[in-house]
Ligand binder design. Structure first.
Ligand code: ZN
Length: 281
């Protein structure tokens, strides 16, 4: 006599098998997330990060052209680009950010309408002509650039990617580890395109924004600019947001009133004897 298995047991085994695999993937993602805990050498924050600085640089460089294309490409005006380069370099020379292993590149984007600035991992910093035109002093420009430079050295994108991997079980680090920019396989190209899309649509957390504002205060002063200029930036963004659509820099960097308070308290904390003489506005 032939014994037959009761029907359906195979299917049940299949489901529990898949559940087991899903659980294993989730546990692996958790272990990966927490085993990547490390201290940021520049900011000394303890973070969960699965990318190496080299991988951050590769990702930023891969994503930069696509980011620029979304904002009308690179600006054709020489003057704002030269000014942004000069102020950006001064911030790097005058702060801990200059010791980070990132080849910083500052890009002015041609879009005159959009008021925005952002950073990709590994040192790619962007600011639109629209935002540059809104700003009145070099100190205000230094404030925006300092803020974005903190996002880079704070490795905020890499942190967000680690969180996303935890949620989705994605393996961005594995993609980047095997990615050869000069000779990618089609599978690697597809995986990289996904990572690039993730990097471009990245939203930082509120804590990241506050850290960028607070550390940015010190970076501005180190480059010879009055950190109170950042308060002027917030006020201008707030005014610009009274119109129909708020500036994007504010939609990803919310609540200018609260941020002004935080900036004032960061200045008071970092300069308890008062600000040095002769800072530029
Ligand atoms: Zn920010």
């Amino acid at each position: 006599m032939i014994r037959t298995r009761p029907s359906g047991s195979g299917q049940r085994g299949g489901i529990s098998g898949r559940l087991l695999i899903a659980a294993a993937v989730a546990i692996f993602a958790l272990i990966t997330y927490f085993s990547t805990r490390q201290t940021n050498p520049v900011t000394e924050e303890v973070q969960n990060i699965s990318l190496t600085p080299e991988q951050e640089i590769t990702l930023g460089q891969q994503a930069a052209p696509e980011m620029a294309a979304q904002y009308g490409g690179l600006s054709q005006s020489q003057e704002p680009q030269a000014r942004v380069d000069q102020i950006g370099r001064a911030i790097l020379r005058g702060s801990e950010a200059g010791t980070a292993p990132y080849p910083f590149e500052f890009h002015v984007l041609a879009d005159p309408q959009t008021i925005n600035a952002f950073a990709l991992p590994g040192g790619q910093v962007f600011i639109t002509e629209g935002l540059i035109n809104l700003l009145e002093t070099e100190g205000e420009l230094a404030g925006v650039l300092s803020h974005e430079i903190v996002h880079v050295v704070g490795r905020h994108s890499a942190e967000q990617i680690a969180r996303a991997q935890l949620a989705e079980g994605l393996t961005g680090a594995a993609v980047l580890a095997t990615y050869d920019p000069d000779n990618p396989s089609s599978q690697q190209s597809a995986a990289m395109a996904q990572l690039v899309a993730q990097a471009i649509s990245m939203k930082y957390g509120r804590d990241d924004e506050l850290e960028a504002d607070r550390r940015g205060v010190g970076y501005m002063a180190g480059a010879g600019y009055d950190p109170r200029a950042m308060i002027g930036v917030m006020q201008k963004l707030d005014e610009a947001s009274q119109g129909a659509s708020p500036p994007e820099f504010l939609s990803t960097h919310p609540d200018p009133g609260r941020r002004i308070e935080q900036i004032e308290s960061a200045i008071a904390e970092q300069f308890p004897q008062g600000l040095p003489e002769g800072l530029k506005p």
